[in-house]
Design a protein around this ligand. Structure first.
Ligand code: SF4
Length: 368
């Protein structure tokens, strides 16, 4: 990175770059964040951090492949106490709708079959631009998630939405899923279910009636798959608060769940909260949480045996094909494996299979 400039999201805290890389010549504003993140990642492969990273620990594949991450904005206007992203990457800066769509169209033309929409706060897309419009094809497209998702859905690839907060307008996305324009999949980082814990986390939408929202989404699109992440052992989390989370999980019946034990992150405001929990309590709650999540996943997958579904092929080797259903994001969710009749398949193929076996997180099937 020596001799380069470093425009971008980290420009909100230039000393973060110049302190670590004194030979950097310039740190400028947040408009060209793609290039700075690429440059930073090329120079300093990021250490995976589930509290900061948008992407799975395996990172961004630079070689063309059949799925691609599509970043629609950078930064965040919230101030969750356990999170340092707003300090590191600044406030929300959304890309114009036409820039996102042009990139997406190029990716699809280059053979990408699945677009994974990411940002720190996908539901907030365009808020900073006051949802302005920009010209795309013969029309104007608004920088708003609903409008963007509809346009992305018309490009002919699978479109999967990550990091969507349960704001009321998320309801408007569900009809797009029911219509088949966007995958019936929502990755929503709920983090907890007890209102007091959420308040201590300073989470956005802390008061939202999430179970009612989930029920409404499912009634509009019964096949929707919901993924979320949670933090257990947050400072001050009582046994009763944790139990509320377990009960909520029982009621919510999420399809995919990730869980982290709370840990201090340098610079996070939650470090200063009272009543940090001992490691053994965090571990014990994590184990109880994952036991329940696994049981839910197992039951949900068992119910899919016998269904005929479409899957996308990720890899093929001598043993079989590793695929994903519409309910599985790459690298973080489960797989569907094909052990027979896979010889003619290639990565990126869409195949119709009958599910014939289910485990706790994965399925097996055969082409029909
Ligand atoms: S919504 Fe909260 S957790 Fe997510 S990036 Fe913003 S501050 Fe961090």
């Amino acid at each position: 990175m020596a001799g380069s400039s470093a425009p971008g999201a980290l420009g909100a805290e230039p000393e973060f770059i110049t302190g670590a890389h004194p030979r950097v010549l310039a740190v400028t504003g947040p408009q060209q964040y793609e290039s700075v993140l690429d440059a930073v990642h090329r120079a300093v492969p990021p250490v995976p951090d589930p509290f900061v990273d948008l992407l799975p620990a395996t990172g961004v594949k630079l070689t063309p492949r059949h799925y691609s991450y599509l970043k629609i904005s950078e930064g965040c206007n919230h101030k969750c106490k356990f999170c340092i992203i707003p300090d590191m990457r600044g406030r929300l800066v959304s890309r114009p709708a036409h820039a996102v769509l042009r990139e997406a169209e190029k990716l699809v033309e280059a053979g990408v079959r699945e677009l994974l929409v990411i940002s720190q706060d996908t539901s907030a897309y365009g808020l900073d631009r006051k949802h302005d419009t920009s010209p795309w094809k013969d029309r104007e497209v608004r920088a708003h998630l609903t409008d963007l998702a509809r346009e992305l859905g018309s490009l002919g690839a699978w479109v999967r939405l990550h990091y969507v907060y349960p704001y009321p307008h998320v309801r408007d996305l569900i009809p797009l899923m029911a219509e088949g324009l966007v995958l019936p999949y929502l990755d929503i980082p709920f983090q907890h279910a007890h209102p007091d814990t959420l308040r201590r986390m300073a989470r956005p939408a802390a008061a939202a009636r999430t179970l009612d929202e989930i029920a409404a989404w499912r009634s509009a699109c019964p096949e929707i798959a919901l993924r979320s992440t949670f933090i257990v052992g947050y400072p001050g989390e009582t046994e009763a608060e944790f139990q509320t989370l377990l009960d909520w999980l029982d009621a919510a019946q999420l399809d995919r769940v990730g869980c982290f034990q709370y840990e201090n992150v340098a610079g996070a405001r939650s470090n200063d909260l009272p009543d940090h929990l001992p490691a053994e309590v965090k571990q014990e709650r994590y184990d109880r949480f994952m036991e329940k999540a696994q049981a839910i996943s197992e039951a949900k997958l068992a119910a899919r045996v016998g269904q005929v579904i479409q899957v996308i092929v990720d890899e093929v080797d001598a043993e079989g094909a590793t695929c994903r259903t519409k309910a599985d994001a790459p690298e973080i969710d489960g797989n569907l494996f094909i052990d027979e009749g896979f010889e003619t398949l290639s990565p990126g193929d869409l195949v119709t299979v009958e599910v014939d076996e289910a485990g706790a997180y994965d399925l097996w099937g055969k082409p029909v």
